[in-house]
Every structure is written in structure tokens, then in C-alpha cells.
Design a protein around this ligand. Structure first.
Ligand code: PEP
Ligand code: MG
Length: 292
């Protein structure tokens, strides 16, 4: 009940046998921050920054983005805030990017593919995030990764942006760099990717779509979109194991993270973090605390 859930505020995310897990919240906008605080999330595991772009009639400027990221960082007051870089594509249209129509947008020109092809768009966002990192505990996460090479390119660009900030004397914090594991390719080479990043966050919405070859937008396929498919669960286990072998953490930020029927299994798999909609933070905490 509501009252019982409210009593869980301020309590640890720990099982009866003492296993701990971080429960963070997913947000798409600064207006979601109230719900994050209200539901006592220990951090923000996914800030879907594309909303900034979708709600604007022009490419958001560095200053516009900086103000938003800074507000999120300051509101969370030292708690972890993981900002995902632009994850937009032919399915989420904005006129000013002139992306054009594609037959297969889920497999199209989107997310990190756009950012690596248009470094100015990418660098503007990275500068804004890095500047905001001086005001809180910010990490950066990159979507739709399929290769080690992409990660190396990203790290090179981040280093360039940092060097530019250094030149003009602008401060930034210690920013961890992580990637979303949301393609089967990334899951399968997660042993290699783990050597290059600070954390993994598994995007089960897309990972399921690509693993099962089921368009997540096609309602006709809902009956066979099996979120508990063993193929997806095995990939999650593989990703967690490969992360831990390299000493980095792994979480889930897709909808599956809030599936209470899997909480026990996720704990057994060794997941370090679940990032869920703000309203699921306390229900997941309750489930964790009742798990042996
Ligand atoms: C995912 O794919 O699971 C995810 C968290 O990202 P989005 O739902 O924004 O694609
Ligand atoms: Mg995704």
C-alpha cells in the first residue's frame, strides 16, 4: 500500500541476506526531478537528454543545455546523475536535423551514429555536460554502441573537449564514461568493451527488440514480445559477468529493471544497479528488502 511504501523512504536497498543494489530513477525532463526526490531514488540512472532536442525548434545551444544539466546535478546534490547523450533518429523527428524518412529507423541513422558523424552536435552536448559536471556528480553514457572502435572515437572526442575547456580555464568534475548495452553486438563483445569504460547500463527495451527481431513500436507483435525471453536474460548475465571481470559495474535502465517478478533473479545475476521510473523506486526497494 501507499503508506507502507512511504515508510521505505530513507531505507537501504538491501536484501535480507545483506546484498546491496543501487536503485536509481529514469528521467526525461527536469519536471521529473520532483518525482525522483519524492520517491527517494539514490541517483538518476538515465537522463534521456533527447527530450531537450525534441522540445526545441532549434538545435539546443551549449548554454541552454548547460543550464538544464546543471539544474539536474544541483538538485541531486552530489548523488549520481547519468546523462545519456542524444538518442534521436528517424523515429523521433526534429525538423532542424533534417534526418529524412527511413524505412527502418530502429536500425537507421540514430543516436551515437549521428553524434560521431556530426562531431559539432556531439561536442556541443559534451561541453555542456562537462561544464555542468562541476556542479554535481555527473556521469556520461552513450547509446546504441556496437563496437570498441566507437568507444575509442568517443573517448578521443571527450578528451578533445576537455582539452578545449582546459585552455579557457573552465572547470569540470571527475566524469565517469559508460555505455548502454542495448544491441546484441555490444552484449556479445562486452568483455572487450568493459576494458574501455567505467560502467555498463543495459537498455533492455532495445536489447529485446534487436535480439528477438521484434519492432518495439509494432503493437501487432506485442503478444510475442517476450520480455523474459531466455536469450535476453542470458545476454544480461553475460554482460554482468564481463563487467565484473574488468572491475566495472553493470545496471539495467530498460523497463525490465522494474519487473518485480525478476528482482530476485537480477540480484542472483549480480546486477549492481536498477534504474526505473520514479514511481517504481519504492516498489523495487520493497521487493529487494523482502528477498532472501
Ligand atoms: C532501452 O533501450 O532499454 C532504453 C533504456 O533506452 P530507450 O528506451 O530510451 O531506447
Ligand atoms: Mg534504447
Amino acid at each position: 500500500s501507499r503508506k507502507l511504501l512511504q515508510d521505505l523512504k530513507g531505507k537501504e536497498n538491501v536484501t535480507l541476506s545483506g546484498q546491496k543494489i543501487n536503485i536509481y530513477a529514469n528521467i526525461g525532463n527536469v519536471t521529473d526531478l520532483a518525482a525522483v526526490l519524492q520517491n527517494d531514488a539514490s541517483g538518476i540512472g538515465l537522463f534521456r537528454s533527447e527530450f531537450l532536442y525534441l522540445e526545441s525548434d532549434h538545435l539546443p545551444t551549449e548554454e541552454e543545455q548547460f543550464q538544464v544539466y546543471k539544474q539536474v546535478a544541483e538538485t541531486m546534490a552530489g548523488k549520481k546523475v547519468i546523462i545519456r547523450t542524444l538518442d534521436i533518429g528517424a523515429d523521433k523527428q526534429v525538423d532542424y536535423l533534417n534526418l529524412g524518412k527511413e524505412d527502418n529507423p530502429a536500425m537507421g541513422y540514430r543516436a551515437i551514429r549521428i553524434c560521431l558523424n556530426e562531431p559539432e552536435i556531439f561536442k556541443t552536448q559534451l561541453r555542456a555536460i562537462l561544464r555542468a559536471s562541476a556542479f554535481g556528480n555527473i556521469s556520461i553514457m552513450f547509446p546504441m554502441i556496437i563496437s570498441v572502435n566507437e568507444v575509442l572515437q568517443i573517448k578521443k572526442i571527450v578528451a578533445e573537449v576537455k582539452a578545449e575547456l582546459d585552455t579557457v580555464g573552465i572547470e569540470y568534475g571527475e566524469v565517469e564514461l559508460g555505455i548502454m548495452i542495448e544491441t546484441p553486438a555490444a552484449a556479445i563483445i562486452s568483455d572487450l568493451l568493459a576494458k574501455e569504460v567505467d560502467f555498463f547500463s543495459i537498455g533492455t527495451n532495445d536489447l529485446t527488440q534487436y535480439t528477438l527481431a521484434i519492432d518495439r513500436q509494432n503493437a501487432k507483435l506485442d503478444p510475442i514480445y517476450d520480455a523474459h525471453h531466455e536469450a535476453v536474460l542470458r545476454l544480461i548475465q553475460m554482460v554482468v559477468d564481463n563487467a565484473h571481470k574488468e572491475g566495472i559495474w553493470a545496471g539495467i535502465c530498460g523497463e525490465l529493471g522494474a519487473d518485480l517478478s525478476l528482482t530476485k533473479r537480477f540480484l542472483e545475476m549480480g546486477l549492481d544497479e536498477l534504474s526505473v521510473s520514479p514511481t517504481f523506486v519504492l516498489p523495487v526497494r520493497k521487493e529487494v528488502r523482502e528477498t532472501k
